[in-house]
Design a protein around this ligand. Structure first.
Ligand code: CTP
Length: 404
């Protein structure tokens, strides 16, 4: 297990498990990391700042403003290769999920560009409460890593789920995350499309769709987590990613998306087209606002380029091309047809008939269809987990073709 040279910000919050953190700091240092510790006020009721400062060999910071000095949370966020919040109390979890910022831990969290690991610790009833479940799912969906809680004796005397993972297990979790073995796509360039496209009708109106971009962004991050250098071509979306290995190219229309894809495709080994691209655009774009008139208005539409089909046509050996199919009826038949017609290696099918799947949700229910005729139906899961499954299957495909 090695964390050689890794700079880690450890944020300790108010839970009895905080008493284990000096030992945790020792283990991190032993694994080769440098550690700076932050505490909340509540944390200091369970562990002393002096102990943590002594073992970490750095001052322990508690407030954005320590009297005469301002603790630069942005600088700390940039300094870190990883931030780990352990133990993370239900209170802090709620703040992280909602972007609240009333202490230094939250300020550093909001400033951090590095991966963030959250090790929750609370009583079982709190852990299982729907509010906590929703907060966990929220912080995961925005890219944080959750270190699973352990089962065992709790501070309340009850036996159950909610214990903070043991310090040894947390070090193992971090080491595995940074291990090169977990980066099978290192050196691979990937292209992902996400979000909707907007096709302008006049200066104030467009034709678009309800895609949020969440699924495509999750795929981009999952590829990057496995080591790929990702170009994310993102249509108009409120969602974004801060993953260091993902470069976002913002586009508006299907044509702009097509051009952005063509610009990088020849140097790309994996392409996943998750965007909901408009199939038609207004045949002409009015330069002035279209005025209301008596009677009906008919708009002539012309076809956009089918980006997936275009990439499928020029696909070379060693390139893996994945498309999505969002269907409302005859799902399997339509998805199989798209797989073949567009020369894709895999199609990710989601049906709008499945509750919790499709546009805007944080979850998705997908079926993977590969060109060798395999079909894998996956359960309803977070978009982050669904993205990880998609990347696992891309790796399997590439292994089967002896590409990786
Ligand atoms: N796609 C694309 N360019 C388009 C249309 C679709 O790249 N102009 C891609 C999507 O990103 C997706 C796949 O093609 O990966 C299937 O998209 P979908 O909208 O389900 O299928 P269409 O081919 O548009 O067919 P239809 O709308 O008739 O279902």
């Amino acid at each position: 297990m090695s964390l050689q040279g890794k700079k880690i910000v450890l944020a300790v919050t108010g839970s009895i498990a905080a008493y284990k953190t000096p030992h945790f700091v020792r283990l991190l240092l032993k694994a080769g990391a440098e550690v700076k510790v932050l505490v909340t006020d509540a944390a200091t009721q369970f562990v002393s700042a002096l102990s943590l400062a002594t073992v970490s060999k750095h001052p322990v910071l508690a407030n954005v403003n320590d009297g005469a000095t301002w603790n630069n949370h942005v600088e700390l966020g940039l300094w870190a290769d990883a931030m780990i919040i352990a133990p993370c109390s239900a209170n802090t979890l709620g703040k992280l999920a909602n972007g609240l910022c009333d202490n230094l831990v939250c300020a550093v969290y909001l400033s951090a560009r590095c991966p963030v690991f959250i090790a929750p610790a609370m009583d079982e009833d709190m852990w299982l409460h729907p509010s906590t479940r929703a907060n966990i799912s929220k912080v995961r969906s925005i890219g944080n890593q959750i270190i699973p809680v352990a089962h065992g004796e709790l501070a309340s005397g009850l036996i159950g789920e909610g214990r903070m993972a043991e310090p040894e297990d947390m070090v193992a979790f971090l080491s595995a995350f940074f291990s090169e073995e977990n980066k099978p796509l290192k050196g691979v360039k990937a292209l992902v499309t996400a979000g909707p496209t907007y096709e302008r009708l006049d200066p104030v109106r467009f034709i678009g769709n309800f895609s949020s971009g969440k699924m495509g962004i999750a795929v981009a991050e999952a590829l990057a987590d496995r080591g790929a250098q990702v170009t994310l071509v993102l249509g108009p979306s409120h969602e974004r990613t801060f993953h260091a290995q993902v470069k976002t190219v913002a586009v508006e229309s299907a044509h702009e998306m097509y051009e952005a894809c063509m610009a990088v495709y020849s140097e790309t080994q994996v392409a996943v087209l998750a965007a909901a691209v408009a199939d038609y655009k207004p045949a002409t774009q009015a330069t002035e606002k279209i005025k209301k008139k008596e009677g009906e208005l008919t708009i002539a539409l012309s076809k956009t380029d089918d980006i997936l089909a275009c990439l499928g046509k020029i696909k070379q050996e060693g390139q893996t091309l994945v498309g999505f199919a969002l269907e409302t009826n005859n799902e399997l038949a339509h998805a199989k047809e798209k797989l073949k017609k567009k020369n894709a290696d895999m199609i990710v099918l989601n049906s709008l008939k499945d509750s919790g799947a499709g546009f805007g949700h944080d979850t998705n229910k997908i079926t993977l269809l590969t060109k060798d005729g395999k079909k894998m139906a996956l359960p309803l899961q977070s978009k982050k987990d669904a993205a990880a499954s998609i990347v696992d299957h891309i790796l399997e495909l590439r292994h089967a073709e002896k590409i990786v």
